[in-house]
Design a binder for this molecule. Structure first.
Ligand SMILES: *Cc1c(COP(=O)(O)O)cnc(C)c1O
Length: 356
């Protein structure tokens, strides 16, 4: 990929790995972290020497701006191991591009590509025992950037920390969920930060999601903030609908996150000769299709769960059930994507990135 590696990365290894304390057959998502973390501070207008150290608590002043103004962005990506022990990532340059777009929107500095790849690949090699082979097993990678400058004036910070932590993740089969279509709350608005992976987008969606859960719906399908007439995202995932034999997903804009899973599924659908339209989708269209028995599937798409099927939805106090199909586009697309990610299928789009 032609990345020039810098070598001012300083490394401090753990004395003893904590891996033997971890039950890999019973992992809860995002609860256990590997032995090491990568971080790099931004000070005096530039990124300082990057470091890998044992995963440990960090100290920060209570006045650090991230605590007050939420200047924080993050990414979610995965590493996979094949049966020969080779380690792969999936389109990682897309995650770097996106964290830098998110950072720019929150007036934060962009992170250099050479630091990112050298830091991340070194970290993965040091913690490679934590990546288990087998389809569905992976190491979830969480890069994030926070404003660390101790100063509570309401302006962008002059100091930041870029950090990568990693958490082993198990193959999990997301149970189909029931969802409610948003009519009051919004995840994002025109001109806002919906396209960015800004920490605050998540905080803002916890409360409406909690209300939905109290009514028996696991997730909220977000609609456009102006009219609530167009379907945009499912919880923290992009969303696909299947009407008859055609997939439909909303076009990305400044309210919708440009998901790497979403764009990869659009390409895989093309490869499989499944028609996939990218266009605005009206709530009414979905309800009509459901009434006519033409709405076959709804699923969310994102790195963590890959595909998360929906079996029913609610709108305006009316509930709809989807048919139970033996073969779904959701599971077909998911297995194609997983096979590419795990080095079990040909990689015609050049998406795999081997960590050497
Ligand atoms: C991260 C995220 C997604 C999915 O993006 P992937 O790159 O596929 O993981 C979708 N929507 C929102 C709001 C997200 O934060």
């Amino acid at each position: 990929m032609g990345i020039e590696f810098i070598s001012d990365l300083s490394i401090e290894k753990v004395e003893a790995s904590k891996i033997s304390n971890v039950d890999f057959s019973d992992l809860k998502f995002g609860k256990v972290f590997t032995d090491h973390m990568f971080f790099c501070d931004f000070k005096n207008g530039e990124w300082q020497k990057p470091r890998i150290e044992p995963y440990a608590p960090m100290t920060m002043e209570p006045s650090a701006r991230v605590f007050h103004y939420g200047q924080a962005v993050f990414e979610g990506m995965k590493a996979y191991k094949d049966d020969n022990g080779k380690i792969f990532m999936f389109r990682p340059e897309q995650n770097l591009d996106r964290i830098n777009k998110s950072a720019a929107r929150l007036a934060m500095p962009e992170f250099p590509k050479d630091y990112f790849f050298e830091g991340l690949e070194t970290l993965l090699k040091m913690d490679s025992d934590w990546i288990k082979p087998g389809v569905g097993n992976s190491l979830y990678i969480r890069p994030f950037v926070i404003a660390t400058e101790p100063a509570i004036s309401a302006s962008p910070a002059e100091e930041y920390r870029f950090i990568i932590i990693c958490s082993p993740a198990q193959a999990y089969y997301s149970e189909p969920v029931r969802v409610t279509i948003a009519q009051k709350y919004s995840r994002s608005a025109d001109g806002g930060v919906g396209f960015a992976k800004a920490a605050g987008n998540y905080a803002a969606q916890f409360y409406p999601t909690k209300l939905a859960q109290q009514k028996g719906f696991q997730q909220v399908i977000w609609t456009d903030a102006n009219t609530h007439e167009y379907l945009e995202e499912a919880g923290t995932m992009n969303i696909f609908f299947r009407i008859d034999d055609k997939l439909i997903t909303a076009p990305t804009n400044d309210r919708i996150l440009d998901g790497i899973t979403r764009k990869s599924l659009i390409d895989i659908a093309k490869d499989l000769n499944i028609e996939c339209e990218v266009r605005p989708i009206r709530v009414d269209e979905i309800k009509e299709a459901a009434r006519a028995g033409r709405l076959k599937e709804i699923f969310g798409a994102g790195t963590a769960a890959v595909i998360s099927p929906v079996f029913g939805f609610e709108h305006d106090n009316e509930t709809f059930e989807l048919p139970k199909l033996d073969e779904t586009y959701g599971s077909l697309l998911k297995s194609h994507l997983l096979n590419i990610q795990h080095n079990l299928a040909e990689d015609i789009h050049n998406w795999r990135y081997e960590v050497r």
